[in-house]
Design a protein around this ligand. Structure first.
Ligand SMILES: [Zn+2]
Length: 314
C-alpha cells in the first residue's frame, strides 16, 4: 500500500495538485472568451466588454446566417468559451445545436450563466400564427418571427442590454465599467439614428425588391418599402413563375432598386433588372459582410449610403 505522502508527491509530479504555474501573459489570461453566432453580436459585445473580453464569431458576415457549416474547430472554440451569444428565433437552428452538443460545455448552454439570447425583449415582426414546427417542416426558415432584428439599430440597443446583463453576471467586479460602455454605445446609436433617419427622409416610401426577407426591421426604421422578394418564401429558391410575378409588381410599383446580399446568386436579380431597368445593389446583411464594415454602426453607414446612391441614380 502506498502512503498518503508518496501519493501526494506522485500527484504533484503529474501536475494534478500543488501551485499552478503562472500564465505567461496574466492580462490576456484574464479575458473572458465570448463566442457569438454572428459578427453583429460580436461587434456589440466588443463595445460593451471592451478590454475584458476576447470575441470570436462563428458565422462571418459574408455567409448566410441560416446555413453555416458546423465545423469541429468551432466546437473547440465553444468548449473553451466562457460565454455564448446567439440571435435565437430559430435563425441558427441548423448549426448551433450540433455545435453546442459537440462542445460539451455546460457553462454556455441555454439557461446557464454564460448563455445570452440576444433576442430577449426585442419586439418582433412577422410572427406567424401557425405552429413553428409545422412551418419549418414546410421549409419556412422564419417560423418564430423574422430573426433579422439586428438590422434595426434601435433594437441593437436591446441586444446590447442583453449582452451587458450576461457580461455583468460573469464579471460582477467590473459592472460599473460595463455599464459605462453600454451607456456610451446607446448614446452613439441614438445620435447616429437621428442622422440616418434624416438622411433617409427624402426617400420615405420608396419601393425596393429584396432577395431574402432580411429587411423588415431596417424598412420600419428607415422608411423604405420592400414590395417583393426574389425568394417566394424565406429559404425557397425562386421559380420562373414567381419571377414573372415579381416583374409585374416591379413594373406596377416602378421599383428601381433590387437588394441582394453577398451570398446570394446574382442571376435572378440580374434577370429582373434587365426586364425592368432597375439596378442591383449588394447591401450588407451583417457586420463583416464587406471588409470596410467592422463595427455595428459601420453596417448602417454602409447600407444607407449605398441606398441613397442607388435612389439618386434612378
Ligand atoms: Zn432569414
Amino acid at each position: 500500500m502506498i502512503g498518503k505522502g508518496v501519493f501526494t508527491i506522485v500527484l504533484s509530479l503529474l501536475g494534478f495538485i500543488g501551485p499552478r504555474p503562472l500564465p505567461a501573459h496574466p492580462e490576456a489570461a484574464k479575458k473572458l472568451l465570448v463566442v457569438t453566432s454572428l459578427q453583429d453580436l460580436a461587434a456589440i459585445a466588443r463595445e460593451i466588454g471592451g478590454k475584458y473580453i476576447e470575441v470570436f464569431s462563428i458565422a462571418k458576415g459574408y455567409q448566410d446566417p441560416h446555413f453555416v457549416d458546423p465545423k469541429p474547430s468551432f466546437m473547440v472554440k465553444l468548449q473553451r468559451a466562457d460565454m455564448f451569444i446567439q440571435a435565437g428565433l430559430g435563425l441558427e437552428i441548423g448549426w448551433v445545436p450540433p455545435l453546442l452538443d459537440g462542445a460539451r460545455n455546460p457553462n454556455i448552454l441555454p439557461g446557464s450563466r454564460g448563455y445570452v439570447d440576444a433576442s430577449k425583449n426585442v419586439p418582433l415582426l412577422q410572427v406567424p400564427t401557425g405552429d413553428p414546427a409545422t412551418l419549418r417542416a414546410r421549409g419556412d426558415i422564419h417560423p418564430y418571427g423574422n430573426p433579422h432584428y439586428w438590422l434595426d439599430p434601435l433594437r441593437g440597443k436591446i441586444i446590447a442590454d442583453n449582452i451587458f446583463e450576461g457580461l455583468a453576471r460573469l464579471l460582477p467586479g467590473n459592472k460599473e465599467t460595463l455599464q459605462r460602455n453600454l451607456a456610451r454605445f446607446k448614446k452613439t446609436i441614438d445620435a447616429k439614428v437621428a442622422r440616418w433617419v434624416k438622411m433617409m427622409a427624402p426617400y420615405k416610401g420608396k419601393s425596393v425588391v429584396a432577395f431574402h426577407n432580411s429587411w423588415p426591421y431596417f424598412e420600419q426604421r428607415f422608411g423604405i418599402k420592400v414590395v417583393a422578394f426574389i425568394e417566394p418564401k424565406p429559404g425557397i429558391p425562386p421559380t420562373p413563375k414567381h419571377l414573372v410575378k415579381v416583374i409585374r409588381i416591379m413594373k406596377e410599383r416602378r421599383v428601381k432598386v433590387i437588394i441582394i446580399s453577398p451570398y446570394f446568386s446574382r442571376k435572378s436579380a440580374e434577370l429582373l433588372a434587365s426586364k425592368t431597368g432597375a439596378s442591383v445593389i449588394e447591401l450588407a446583411p451583417s457586420v463583416g459582410a464587406f471588409p470596410e464594415i467592422q463595427t455595428y454602426t459601420d453596417l448602417f453607414d454602409y447600407n444607407l449610403s449605398r441606398l441613397v446612391k442607388a435612389f439618386h441614380g434612378n
